[in-house]
Design a protein around this ligand. Structure first.
Ligand code: SF4
Ligand code: SF4
Length: 471
C-alpha cells in the first residue's frame, strides 16, 4: 500500500499558504522497444488518417467534408443531413462503450497509445529531441546561460513546432471547408476571417498542449482521467512493478549474483523514472498520474536483457495476479470476466446495428410542416383545402424526381404539383395543397400519410401529418 506523506504547510511571509505547486519540467528520455513501436504505429495510423483524409477525393468532391454552412456532411458515399444526427449519436455510444471495454481490460490503453494529447506530445517531443538532443542534453541546454547556440536551437524548435501546429490547424479547418479552396485562398492571402480564426485557434491549442502543458493536461485537466478509476478493478491489466521480485533494489555488477548480495532484480538505475512522461516512479505502486504508456516496461526490459535477468520486472499484470502470483493463462481467465464479456457483446451488437442501419438507410428525407397561416379553407369546386410545406431532401449525388401522394381520407388528393425535382445533395421546400370534397369528412383532425417516392430509384418515405376539418 502506498503511504502518502503529510508535509506540514509552511506559511509565506504574509501568513498565507499557497495551494499552487509550481510545475517541475520533465525531460522524458527516448525509449525503444515493443510498446514504443506500438505507440509510434498509432501515431502514424492516426496522423496519416487525420492529415491525409481531407485531401482524398470521392467522385468530384472531397471524400470527407462537414459542410456546416450548407448543413450537409459528406462521408465517402454518404450525404448526411442534420436529421441523420442519430448516426452520430450511435457513433458516440460505440466510442464510449469501446472506451469502457478497453479500460476494463487494460486500463489507460487509450491514454497511453491513441489519445491526441499523447500522440501530439510524442510528435512534439520527437522534434525537441532532434533539435536539442535527448534528456541529458536538454537538461544541460536549459541549465546553461543564453548563448547563440541555445538561442538558435530554441528558436528552430519553436519554428518547427509552430509549423506543425499551423498545419494541424489548417487540416482541421479543411474538414469543414473544402481544403483545395482553402489552400488556394491561403496562397492568395484571402482566407475568410472565420477560417483564419479556427486555423490559429486549433494551432494554438496544439502548440500549447503538446509543446508546453503536456502531462499537466493528463494530470489536472482531462475528465476521462478523473472517472476512469470507476472502471478499474483488481482484474484490470495495469502497468506494475513487481516489488516481490525487484526488492530490495540496489546497484550491482553484471557478474554478481543478486541472491548472494541479498538483492532483488531492480538495479536501481532509475531509467524507468527518466523515461516517464509524467515524471512518476512506477516502483511506488499504482498512481493516478500513470497514463499507461508502457515506456517504463520497454526500458526496464532493456535493463533486464543487459543484466541477463528475466524480462517483466515492470509489466502489464493485475493487482490480483501480483498478489496471488498467477501465471499468464490464469490472468487472462480473470481479465475476461463477465463485465468485459458483457461490454464486448453489447459493443458488437451496437456496431452491427449501426452498420446495418447505415447500409439500409433511405437516401431521401422528408419533413412535413403545416402551413400555420391557412389552417383550413374552402376553395372553388366545393373542396376543403389544407396547405403544408414539405422539405424534400435528396441524399444522393444525382438529380432526382420525386412523386408526392397522400392517403388517409376518402377522396383526399394532392391539388398542387405532385412531382418535384431536387438537385444532387440538395433540399427543397415545396408547398403542397391537399383537398377533400366538402362534407366528406367529419369535423376534427384526421391522421393522414404523405408518401414521397423517387421516380426511377428505390427510395420511398412515409411521413405522418393531420388534415383539419373545421366545424
Ligand atoms: S528500470 Fe527496472 S531496473 Fe531500472 S530502476 Fe526501474 S525497475 Fe529498477
Ligand atoms: S509509469 Fe510507466 S507507464 Fe506509467 S506513465 Fe510513467 S512510463 Fe508510462
Amino acid at each position: 500500500m502506498k503511504v502518502i506523506p503529510i508535509v506540514a504547510a509552511v506559511p509565506g511571509e504574509d501568513g498565507t499558504q499557497s495551494l499552487y505547486e509550481a510545475q517541475k519540467k520533465i525531460y522524458p528520455r527516448a525509449v525503444t522497444g515493443r510498446f514504443a513501436r506500438w505507440r509510434w504505429a498509432f501515431v502514424w495510423l492516426t496522423q496519416v488518417v487525420f492529415y491525409g483524409l481531407p485531401w482524398l477525393e470521392w467522385g468530384n468532391r472531397q471524400a470527407v467534408l462537414f459542410d456546416l454552412a450548407a448543413r450537409r456532411f459528406y462521408i465517402f458515399g454518404w450525404v448526411l443531413y442534420p436529421q441523420d444526427f442519430i448516426y452520430l449519436t450511435g457513433l458516440l455510444v460505440v466510442s464510449a462503450l469501446s472506451l469502457f471495454l478497453f479500460t476494463a481490460v487494460a486500463g489507460r490503453l487509450w491514454c497511453g497509445f491513441a489519445c491526441p494529447q499523447t500522440v501530439y506530445t510524442e510528435m512534439f517531443l520527437w522534434i525537441e529531441r532532434k533539435v536539442e538532443g535527448d534528456r541529458t542534453a536538454r537538461m544541460k541546454l536549459d541549465g546553461q546561460p543564453l548563448t547563440l547556440e541555445k538561442l538558435v536551437k530554441k528558436w528552430f524548435k519553436h519554428l518547427l513546432w509552430f509549423m506543425l501546429a499551423m498545419w494541424t490547424g489548417f487540416t482541421f479547418v479543411g474538414y469543414f471547408t473544402p481544403i483545395d479552396d482553402l489552400m488556394l485562398e491561403f496562397l492568395q492571402t484571402r482566407m475568410g476571417s472565420w477560417e483564419v480564426f479556427w486555423v490559429f485557434f486549433y494551432a494554438f491549442a496544439t502548440y500549447g498542449n503538446a509543446g508546453f502543458l503536456r502531462e499537466q493536461v493528463c494530470k489536472y485537466m482531462c475528465p476521462y482521467a478523473r472517472f476512469q478509476s470507476a472502471m478499474f478493478d483488481k482484474d484490470t491489466l495495469i502497468i506494475s512493478y513487481d516489488a516481490a521480485r525487484g526488492e530490495p533494489r540496489g546497484a550491482r555488477s553484471r557478474q554478481a549474483d543478486p541472491a548472494t548480495l541479498g538483492l532483488g532484480a531492480c538495479v536501481d538505475c532509475s531509467l524507468c523514472v527518466q523515461v516517464c512522461p509524467t515524471g512518476i516512479d512506477i516502483r511506488q505502486g499504482l498512481q493516478y498520474e500513470c497514463i499507461g504508456c508502457a515506456g517504463c516496461i520497454d526500458v526496464c526490459n532493456g535493463v533486464m536483457d543487459k543484466m541477463g535477468y528475466q524480462r517483466g520486472l515492470i509489466r502489464f499484470t493485475t493487482q490480483n495476479a501480483l498478489k496471488q502470483g498467477w501465471d499468464e493463462s490464469r490472468i487472462w481467465r480473470h481479465v475476461l470476466r463477465p463485465r468485459v464479456l458483457l461490454y464486448a457483446a453489447v459493443l458488437g451488437a451496437l456496431c452491427f446495428a449501426l452498420a446495418l442501419s447505415l447500409a439500409l438507410r433511405t437516401p431521401l428525407k422528408v419533413d412535413v410542416v403545416r402551413d400555420r397561416a391557412a389552417l383550413s379553407r374552402i376553395v372553388a369546386g366545393g373542396k376543403l383545402e389544407n396547405v403544408y410545406r414539405l422539405q424534400v431532401m435528396n441524399a444522393t449525388e444525382q438529380p432526382q424526381k420525386y412523386r408526392i401522394t397522400v392517403t388517409g381520407l376518402p377522396g383526399l388528393a394532392v391539388a398542387s404539383e405532385s412531382e418535384v425535382a431536387v438537385g444532387p445533395a440538395e433540399s427543397r421546400w415545396v408547398a403542397v395543397r391537399l383537398q377533400v370534397p366538402y362534407g366528406s369528412a367529419a369535423p376534427g383532425s384526421h391522421p393522414i400519410q404523405f408518401q414521397v417516392e423517387a421516380l426511377g430509384a428505390d427510395a420511398h418515405v412515409s411521413e405522418k401529418a393531420a388534415f383539419l376539418v373545421p366545424r
